[in-house]
Design a binder for this molecule. Structure first.
Ligand code: SF4
Length: 272
């Protein structure tokens, strides 16, 4: 898909790329099948709000189902979804289909309801967290990463603290954190937070994300992960963690690995 039909206040995508336009299911399936025939093991469906995809009466979950049925596919990912477009059929599919990666990059942007409203994100903090709760209840151990913007115009210390607490409440494995910078000349979108404050908030947020990532990574020790190997010693888990083994991986094949340790952003393990 290209473009986006939402209207987040800080974003120029809808203005420069126009409203969301979707590739028909037939074209997506043909392209994915050709890539698998050429040796691809993993397919990633891409779009600004990828789960907004519709093809006539075909829903996004139905499209995922069709891609998952392609012979030879080992794993399917998609990014980035938007919290507004999840439905129960997706949750059921995620719980049922092991080839569908147990990982979402789900941008939240802020933990403050006041800022989320000003950003026109279309959800509250509680609604975002409820969605994570529902998905994790269906798929225990699902990992989630996110995006945050700090220093949005008018962001108070209290708003920022709400964003900070989202890091642990959301249990994010990773987050891309950005300082706000205006994309239009509209006076109401001018930065109001000083560079020094913005920098300090960003550093605090990055430190919280790093600490939480390490906690989440360490929680994996002792668990069994499904790993798609890229070399004999390196692969990615369904939850999108990098994982290393001493030996035993087969490139392009999935294997179960017992996680024995973690360092920095990588898990260590042993092929079962
Ligand atoms: S959903 Fe993403 S691409 Fe669309 S307007 Fe919001 S930030 Fe921009």
């Amino acid at each position: 898909m290209r473009g986006c039909s939402l209207k987040c206040s800080y974003c120029i995508v809808p203005a420069v790329r126009g409203p969301a336009v979707f590739l028909p299911a037939g074209e997506i399936l043909k392209d994915a099948a050709a890539k698998i025939a050429a040796g691809a093991k993993e397919i990633v469906l891409l779009g600004q709000t990828v789960n907004a995809w519709r093809g006539g009466k075909t829903t996004f979950s139905e499209l995922l189902n069709k891609v998952l049925a392609l012979p030879g596919l080992q794993r399917l990912r998609f990014m980035s979804p938007h919290p507004l477009y999840f439905d129960d059929s997706f949750t059921a599919l995620l719980a049922r289909e092991k080839k569908l990666a147990r990982y979402l990059h789900l941008p939240v942007q802020s933990g403050s309801d006041r800022i989320l409203k000003a950003m026109r994100r279309g959800y509250t903090r509680a609604q975002y967290l409820d969605l994570l709760k529902k998905l994790r209840a269906a798929v225990p151990g699902m990992t989630v990463s996110t995006d945050f913007i700090v220093g949005y115009p008018g962001e108070t210390e209290e708003d920022f603290n709400d964003t900070l607490s989202m890091v642990t409440e959301g249990g994010f494995t990773m987050a891309y954190c950005f300082k706000y910078s205006p994309r239009t000349n509209k006076p109401e979108m001018a930065a109001t937070i000083s560079g020094t404050v913005m920098k300090a908030r960003l550093e605090k947020l990055l430190a919280a994300v790093k600490k939480n990532s390490s906690l989440v990574l360490n929680e994996r020790i002792g668990k069994i992960e499904e790993v798609l190997f890229e070399t004999e010693t390196y692969g990615r888990t369904s939850g999108n963690f990098s994982l290393r083994v001493k030996a035993g991986g087969t490139p392009g094949k999935m294997a179960e690995v017992l996680v024995t340790g973690a360092e920095k952003n990588t898990l260590n393990g042993k092929v079962l």
